[in-house]
Ligand binder design. Structure first.
Ligand code: ZN
Length: 243
């Protein structure tokens, strides 16, 4: 099965539409989302509506939990806090119910889906091999799919050793069964690896492999909507930088 994996949409409808259009040209059997549907961006309800009917599975992210009041926001930076408060005001009951029903973990064809890490699903950032190792130890998954850091990456475990590597767009990376993997697919709606293009991945489950895709989108439209909504200027500016 070819699984299209999206994460961290962050209410960016222009980025989401660009990814869905790109996906039409890729063969895939199912679509999943690793959470953070909302937060930061101007179109939370529209992004949920656009995606929810076509998802095989989805898990909840920390911004989704914050937006429905299921998590405190005092550890978020001030811009993120402001965006959460704005999102709470505009979320429809239908969107809130959808986010509230999302699980923290899901399994699709033997792949573990979480937002942050297998060890602390909605919250932990895996940014180094030490943190990745803790999840390899804590959980028996073979391949875990994560987002949350907004930086695509691949962590590989073999004989209790963990290494990390980047993922280049359009390069298929095999995931042979002799090793275990944590695959970070990056962010659709707010990339933070210096590349402003939307990020997503396709994971092949039979002869396992992962291919990252980067898709340009008209972020000036998103910035205009954010300005009109009164969302923090800095959150718009970072879309142009991919930071
Ligand atoms: Zn996020």
């Amino acid at each position: 099965m070819r699984l299209a994996v999206l994460s961290d949409i962050h209410a960016n409808l222009e980025a989401l539409e660009a990814v869905l259009a790109h996906l039409e040209a890729q063969s895939h059997d199912a679509l999943v989302c690793l959470g953070d549907f909302v937060g930061y961006g101007p179109d939370p309800n529209e992004c949920i509506d656009r995606l929810k009917g076509q998802l095989r599975a989805a898990v909840v992210g920390n911004h989704d939990l914050a937006a429905i009041g299921a998590r405190p926001i005092d550890d978020f930076n001030l811009f993120a806090q402001e965006a959460v408060l704005w999102t709470r005001q505009v979320l429809t009951n239908t969107s809130r119910d959808y986010l509230a029903a999302l699980p923290e973990r899901a399994d699709v064809e033997g792949l573990l889906l979480v937002h942050g890490s297998p060890r602390m699903p909605a919250e932990e950032y895996i940014l180094d091999t030490r943190t990745a190792r803790a999840s390899f130890v804590a959980d028996g998954f073979r391949i875990a799919l994560v987002g949350h850091t907004h930086q695509p990456a691949l962590f590989i475990e073999r004989n209790h050793r963990v290494s990390a590597r980047g993922l280049l767009p359009e390069v298929s990376v095999p995931l042979p069964p002799s090793h275990r993997y944590i695959v970070n697919v990056g962010s659709v709606g707010q990339p933070r690896d210096g590349d402003p293009r939307a990020s997503y991945a396709i994971v092949e489950t039979e002869a396992p492999s992962v291919t990252l895709h980067r898709v340009p989108y008209p972020y000036t439209q998103t910035q205009g909507k954010m300005q009109a909504a009164g969302l923090p200027v800095l959150l718009g500016e970072r879309l142009a930088l991919g930071r």
